[in-house]
Design a protein around this ligand. Structure first.
Ligand code: SAH
Length: 231
């Protein structure tokens, strides 16, 4: 069964974007994952095909209309569709690797990409949308956020990454940041590969990596050591 992502957007041409290349591109070609962009504008009902209107209460920008968005959601995700409905939003719960794993274990996702100031609050409530943020900064639209989420999900689908182990050792999978990497040449601009890595002593290599990982996490992301949300 393949992972099916339906993406509601005003810019369907942005999909599959970079996901058409490399690892994710091959997963899409094989049909392990499907990305179906849907143009929200196709569900507009007036003659101008409008999808947005001015904010109630005044202020700058425009707001996506709840009726148009609800019609689009109902058409692509009828009752009985068990996929979670995600609304990309800076107000959402920050995306973590553990949520990525959960999503990858499910049947797929319905993703709504906001634009302008965002979407009418009533459709978030009425259609039970889960707001998801990709970080504490503001993008001009939800599309790059959706592509980011799908990138993270597709790469952990079974069979997508050649070497299964390289997935589970990664940053956040262990609750810590990953250790540094090196490859040939042995000397680069006077800098050597740390000796332990060429020693052939696998136990020593493993404990060096663990120590590096812990040190990096302490320095850069002490919050990860306090929370268990990243496992
Ligand atoms: N007025 C909103 C920002 C709207 S940005 C606010 O202050 O909260 C326009 C759209 O870009 C949003 O609806 C959302 O879909 C997307 N977006 C912006 N930043 C994002 C982020 N950090 N994570 C996920 N989606 C984001």
């Amino acid at each position: 069964m393949s992972f099916r992502a339906t993406v509601l957007t005003l810019y369907p041409d942005m999909f599959p974007g970079h996901l058409g290349h490399s690892l994710a591109g091959r997963a899409l070609e094989r049909g392990d994952a499907l990305i179906e962009p849907v143009n929200i504008r196709d569900y507009a009902t007036d003659k101008h095909r409008s999808v947005d209107d001015t904010p109630a209460g005044g202020g700058a920008g425009m707001v996506l209309k709840p009726d148009v968005l609800a019609a689009c959601i109902d058409a692509v995700s009828p009752a009985g569709d068990t996929r979670p409905r995600l609304l990309m939003s800076p107000r959402g719960r920050p995306l973590t690797q553990s949520r990525v794993r959960e999503l990858a274990a499910g049947p797929g996702v319905v993703i709504i990409c906001g634009r302008f100031e965002g979407v009418d609050q009533r459709v978030i409530e009425a259609r039970n949308l889960e707001e998801v943020s990709i970080g504490d900064y503001v993008l001009s639209g939800g599309e790059p956020a959706a592509l980011t989420l799908l990138d993270a999900v597709i790469r952990v689908l079974p069979g997508v990454m050649g070497n299964a182990e390289s997935g589970t050792q990664e940053s956040f999978e262990t609750g810590q940041l990953e250790h540094p990497h090196y490859t040939r040449p042995q000397v680069f601009e006077g800098r050597e590969i740390p000796e332990v890595l060429t020693s052939g002593n696998h136990k020593a290599i493993e404990s060096w990596r663990q120590a590096q990982s812990l040190q990096l996490t302490r320095e850069r992301r002490p919050d990860l050591l306090e929370s268990d949300d990243s496992a």
